[in-house]
Ligand binder design. Structure first.
Ligand code: SAM
Ligand code: DTB
Ligand code: SF4
Length: 362
C-alpha cells in the first residue's frame, strides 16, 4: 500500500492529537492511517499506547465454551453454527460446578478474567438462573467475569449486571456493508441494540470483529470506524483473525496478509486509545515474531489457555515463554468495587455453601 498525501498528513499529526478519544472518525481518515508507511504507523500506535497504558503489560483472559454447537445462527465463519457440518460434538449447558472447576484452573494458571461463551442466538429465561450462578461463583474466586451469550434484551442485561458480570462480549464482526455476506439470521442493528442494552445496564463492553474473511480493506476501516464511533468506546476490543474451520463456508478463503493484520491492530490502537485491544483468535497460526509486532502495534490483551471456544490456541506455557522473551508481564486485575459487585460477591460466597445447581435443559 502506498502512502497518500492525506496519509502523510496523518503521519505528521502529533501523538497528543491522535490519542484523544474521538467518536467522529471518517472513512478517509481511517484509510489514511492504514496507508501510512508501516514504521510510521507502528511508531504512532506505540506512542499512543504508551500515553495510555503501562508498557509491557498484557491482560490475559481464559475462554470456556459453556454451551457448544447447534447454534441457530448462520455466521459463515463459525464452527458452532447448526447450518454447517463441521463434525463438532454438541454439548448442552455445562453444570455450574464444572464451570467453576475450569475457572479455578484458569486462575491457577494466572488468568485475571474468565470468559464464558455460549452458542446461542440469545439466552432463554430458563437458562438465566444457571448463568447467574456461574457469574457469582467465578467472581467469588476473585476473577473478572465476561460472558458472550448472543443477543440480550434490556432486562437480561440488567439481570447480568446485578449478578456482577463485569464484561459482556458481543462483536460487530465486520463492516455494515460486508455483514450481509457473512450473517443473514440477525442484523447489524440487532447487534448495536444489544451493545446499547449492555452499556445502559452499566457493564463493560467487549466488542470487536474478525478479519481475513475475504472482506476488503475498506471493510476493515469501516469496522474500526463503527467501533470508534460508538457512543462509548468498548473497554475491550478483540481483533480476531479468522480461524478457518473445515465445513464452514469460509474454510477456503484466502489468507489475509500478515502486515495487513498488524496494521489493523495498530489502527485500532490509535482510534481506541483507552481500550484494551485483544490479539484474539488466530494466534495458533502466528509465529512469535508476528505476535511481538502485534504487541508493539498496541495489542495488550490475549486469550490464554490451550483452547479458544472450540478451536486451538497456543499452549499456556508457550505464551508464558514468549512473555519472558519479550519482557512482558501479565496485567493484574483491575479491581471493580461498586455496591452491586460487593453484594454479588457476598451472595456468591454464601451460595457456595449450598449444593450447586445441575442443568437439564439444552
Ligand atoms: N453466540 C454468541 C454470539 O455470536 O454472539 C457468542 C459466541 S460467538 C462464538 C463469539 C464470537 O467469536 C463471534 O462473534 C466471532 O467474532 C468469534 N468467532 C467465532 N468463530 C470464529 C472463527 N472461526 N474465527 C475467528 N473468530 C470467530
Ligand atoms: C471473541 O471476539 N473471540 C472469542 C470470544 N470473543 C468469545 C471467540 C473466538 C472463537 C474462535 C473459534 C472457536 O474456537 O470456536
Ligand atoms: Fe452462533 Fe455465535 Fe457461532 Fe454465530 S458466532 S453461529 S451466533 S455461536
Amino acid at each position: 500500500m502506498q502512502a497518500t498525501s492525506s496519509a502523510i498528513n496523518a503521519s505528521s499529526t502529533t501523538s497528543t492529537q491522535v490519542s484523544s478519544v474521538r467518536h467522529n472518525w471518517t472513512l478517509a481518515e481511517v484509510n489514511a492511517l492504514f496507508a501510512l508507511p508501516f514504521n510510521d504507523l507502528l511508531f504512532q500506535a506505540q506512542t499512543v499506547h504508551r500515553a495510555h497504558f503501562t508498557p509491557n503489560e498484557v491482560q490475559i483472559s481464559t475462554l470456556l465454551s459453556i454451551k457448544t454447537g447447534a447454534c441457530a445462527e448462520d455466521c459463515k465463519y463459525c464452527p458452532q453454527s447448526g447450518h454447517y457440518n463441521t463434525g463438532l460434538e454438541r454439548e448442552r449447558l455445562l453444570e455450574v460446578e464444572k464451570v467453576l472447576t475450569q475457572a479455578q484452573a484458569a486462575k491457577d494458571k494466572g488468568a485475571s478474567r474468565f470468559c464464558m461463551g455460549a452458542a446461542w442466538s440469545n439466552p432463554k429465561q430458563r437458562d438465566m438462573p444457571y448463568i447467574i450462578e456461574m457469574v457469582r461463583g467465578v467472581k467469588a474466586m476473585g476473577l473478572e467475569t465476561c460472558m458472550t451469550l448472543g443477543m440480550l434484551d434490556s432486562d437480561q442485561a440488567k439481570t447480568l449486571a446485578t449478578a456482577g458480570l463485569d464484561y459482556y462480549n458481543h462483536n460487530l464482526d465486520t463492516s455494515p456493508e460486508f455483514y450481509g455476506e457473512i450473517i443473514t439470521t440477525r442484523t447489524y442493528q440487532d447487534r448495536l441494540d444489544t451493545l446499547s442494552h449492555v452499556r445502559d445496564a452499566g457493564m463493560k463492553v467487549c466488542c470487536g470483529g474478525i478479519v481475513g474473511m475475504g472482506e476488503s480493506a475498506n471493510d476493515r476501516s469501516a469496522l474500526l470506524m463503527q467501533l470508534a464511533n460508538l457512543p462509548e468506546h468498548p473497554q475491550s476490543v478483540p481483533i480476531n483473525m479468522l480461524v478457518k474451520v473445515k465445513g464452514t463456508p469460509l474454510e477456503n478463503v484466502d489468507d489475509l496478509d500478515a502486515f495487513e493484520f498488524i496494521r489493523t491492530i495498530a489502527v485500532a490502537r490509535i482510534m481506541l486509545p483507552e481500550s484494551h485491544v485483544r490479539l484474539s483468535a488466530g494466534r495458533s497460526r502466528m509465529n512469535e515474531q508476528m505476535q511481538a509486532l502485534c504487541f508493539f502495534a498496541g495489542a495488550n490483551s490475549i486469550f490464554y489457555g490451550d483452547k479458544l471456544l472450540t478451536t486451538e490456541n497456543p499452549e499456556a506455557d508457550a505464551d508464558m515463554l514468549l512473555f519472558k522473551k519479550l519482557g512482558i508481564n501479565p496485567e493484574q486485575r483491575q479491581d471493580v468495587s461498586d455496591e452491586a459487585h460487593e453484594l454479588a460477591l457476598a451472595d456468591a460466597i454464601k451460595e457456595q455453601q449450598n449444593p450447586p445447581l445441575y442443568h437439564a435443559a439444552g
